[in-house]
Design a protein around this ligand. Structure first.
Ligand code: AP5
Ligand code: MG
Length: 189
């Protein structure tokens, strides 16, 4: 199954992705993790990305697209994958659609985690990752509203959007995710 997990910062994308990839036996592709890994390794992509991450802004589309497309080429993505935190802008969504359509492997579904703003701020403040400072969280929320939220309509129009209530415990959310995934129709291949 080829899936995208959409949702604001702190919605629980990473948390739920870990459980879902185990359930579905597909790889977890988190662009946030890939970028943090590039920063830790000191690569040129990492050095370039850091300034944007530290400000809560999106890393330029080209850099992220290159990372994702390289990862999608690896053989373990042949049976499917779960994209977490990508795409995050309309140009990214269109580019990955074009890439996947070119391989005859379009996305099967997009799961959108829906959660109150107050709750995500609470979750992020109690985690404390490098970019979980109040002013950066505020900017990440703005970036989400301006650049990522339009993807809900994009995928709704494509008839592959499934909304999941992400309030409640991690177990409650996962059980809703499983139900959503079980309803996704994957064409025979
Ligand atoms: P990224 O790493 O993707 O961060 P994010 O979208 O801001 O989201 P988070 O990872 O903070 O939250 P999450 O939804 O994964 O929640 P989590 O499960 O961790 O991106 C970081 C930066 O990288 C971006 O700002 C940007 O600069 C750059 N970037 C990444 N992708 C990009 C792209 N495609 N294009 C351009 N730039 C890109 O949960 C959060 C906390 O809540 C955890 O502590 C968790 O334990 C807790 N929690 C989870 N679920 C629950 C629950 N049900 N109840 C209580 N606590 C919970
Ligand atoms: Mg995450």
């Amino acid at each position: 199954m080829r899936l995208v997990l959409l949702g604001p910062p702190g919605a629980g994308k990473g948390t739920q992705a870990q459980r879902l990839v185990e359930f579905l036996q597909i790889p977890h592709l988190s662009t946030g993790d890939m970028l943090r890994d590039a920063i830790a390794k000191g690569t040129s992509v990492g050095l370039h990305a850091k300034q944007f991450i530290d400000q809560g802004k999106l890393v330029p589309d080209n850099a992220v697209l290159q990372l994702v497309e390289q990862r999608l080429e690896l053989p373990d993505c042949g049976t499917g994958f779960l994209l977490d935190g990508f795409p995050r802008s309309l140009p990214q969504a269109r580019a990955v659609d074009q890439f996947l359509d070119g391989r005859g492997e379009p996305l099967d579904a997009v799961i959108e985690l829906q959660v109150d703003q107050e709750e995500v701020i609470k979750r992020l403040m109690s985690r404390g990752r490098g970019d979980d400072k109040p002013e950066v969280i505020r900017q990440r929320m703005i970036t989400y509203q301006e650049q990522t939220k339009p993807l809900s309509d994009y995928y709704r129009q494509g008839k592959i959007l499934h909304a999941v209530d992400a309030m409640g415990t991690m177990d409650e959310v996962f059980s809703r995710m499983r139900k959503a995934v079980e309803q996704i129709k994957v064409p025979q291949r």
